[in-house]
Structure formats: C-alpha cells, structure tokens
Ligand binder design. Structure first.
Ligand code: GRF
Length: 231
C-alpha cells in the first residue's frame, strides 16, 4: 500500500521532480496532489506533466484561517496522509500544521539549527555558510511546526564546502544531495506511518564524512540508501 502524499512548492520544483522520479521504485508513497502559493511555480507544470492534481492556494493578503480551510479541503479530497514541503516559502497556518503532527516534512539546504530561520532561503543560506568559514554544510529534513526551520530533525547529510566555492557551486552540490535524500526520507516516514509508529531516528554513518571527499554520485546514492535501510 502506498501512502497518499501532497507536495507543497513555491519554486521550480526540482525536489518534487526527484520525489516523482523515485516514486515507482519506492512504492511507499504516491504523490496525489501538488499545492503552490502562486501560479508561476514551475512545480505545477511538473505535476501536470506527471498527471497529478496541481492546485494554487493563494496566501498573500489572505487570512491564515481561509488559507488553512481551502488547503485542508483539498487535502481531504485526496485523502492525503503526509505533506512534504519542497521549496514552499510560506509559513503554514497553525491549523494546517496541527492536522499533520509529525507527518509534515520540510527540506532545508543546510545543517539546522545553523543557517535556518526567517530570511534563510535560497542563495542567502549558501552565502551565509561561505561567510561563516564553515567547512561542512549539508541537508536537513525535519518535521514542520509553527516556526520556520525548527521542528524535530528526521535526517541530515553532510556536504563539503570547497575552497573557491560560490553560492552557486555550493548550492548545486547541496541540491544533488537533496534529490537523493528527500525521496528516501519520504519512504522512511511513509513506511512508519503505514505501520502506525514513529519513524526510527536516522543518522548518517560516520563514514558519510569520509565519502565527502570522494563526492561521487553513485557512491553517495548507495550510502544514503544503506543509511535508511535500517529504519
Ligand atoms: C531547495 O533547496 C530546498 O531545500 C529549499 O528550497 C529549495 C527548493 O528547490 N527548501 P526546488 O524548487 O525543489 O528546486
């Protein structure tokens, strides 16, 4: 049985695409609905191309209760049990967050709790990482609560910062890991939801930091898969 999932996005939706691409081999989840806060979001087009429902729920200038009501209606219609935020830039109304306790995830392109919070999105994050002199950044997948980037962490994976990196080169390296990590974290959560339990804690193995230096795509994919296989 696959868990009906909704993906929320504001941007181009490459993480949505990674989730869609992984879906057939996963079998754990089925993306039944994509929600965007604006009609220009590239994620909507990706959803339609894949034959999924794609809906816009405008947020700007509307009371949070209205946004929550409209969104919940859509989620109920599709029987959604898990929500995945993938580049959704709005704070979700409390009523919505409360409906999906521990069943709503967000992906953040840094190692939270560092480089998170209001205003920390897109290029700003990678600029801040480079300015700080950190040698390691990464990807965080966490449960969503009523504040930006604060909920319980489900999974993290390190990414090296290299000499000469720009926000663009660093962002691209992080994004590649996002595309590998999010679908597997979604599997991990959906399996737990299906079995009526909390997902097991996830930790990248110590050797993940060794692989950082090699940075070869295939090896990374195998590492990430192996790390989740124990959950
Ligand atoms: C990703 O970096 C994600 O971590 C962040 O927003 C970005 C969305 O990118 N929350 P995309 O739209 O999935 O390409």
């Amino acid at each position: 049985m696959s868990v009906p999932v909704a993906v929320f996005a504001s941007g181009s939706g490459t993480n949505l695409q990674a989730l869609l691409d992984h879906e057939p081999s996963s079998g754990r989840y089925r993306i039944a609905l994509v929600v965007a806060d604006r009609s220009e979001a590239g994620a909507l087009e990706r959803a339609r191309r894949a034959g999924r429902s794609a809906e816009v729920v405008p947020v700007s200038g509307r009371p949070p209760e209205r946004v929550a009501r409209d969104t919940l209606e859509l989620l109920e219609e599709e029987g959604i049990r898990v929500v995945l935020l993938a580049g959704y830039l709005r704070l979700l109304p409390p009523a919505l967050v409360r409906t999906f306790p521990r069943r709503m995830l967000n992906i953040h392109p840094a190692l939270l709790p560092s480089f998170g919070g209001k205003g920390m999105y897109g290029r700003h994050i990678h600029e801040a990482v480079l300015e700080s002199g950190a040698r390691v950044t990464g990807v965080t997948i966490h449960c969503v609560d009523e504040e930006y980037d604060r909920g319980r962490i489900l999974a993290q994976w390190p990414v090296p910062v290299r000499a000469g990196d720009t926000p663009e080169t660093l962002g691209a390296r992080v994004l590649r890991v996002e595309h590998l990590l999010y679908p597997r974290a979604a599997d991990h959560l959906c399996r737990a939801v299906e079995e009526g339990r909390e997902p097991a804690p996830f930790q990248p193995p110590g050797r993940a930091f060794g692989v950082l230096e090699e940075d070869t795509g295939e090896l990374l994919e195998k590492q990430i898969e192996a790390a989740f296989s124990t959950g």
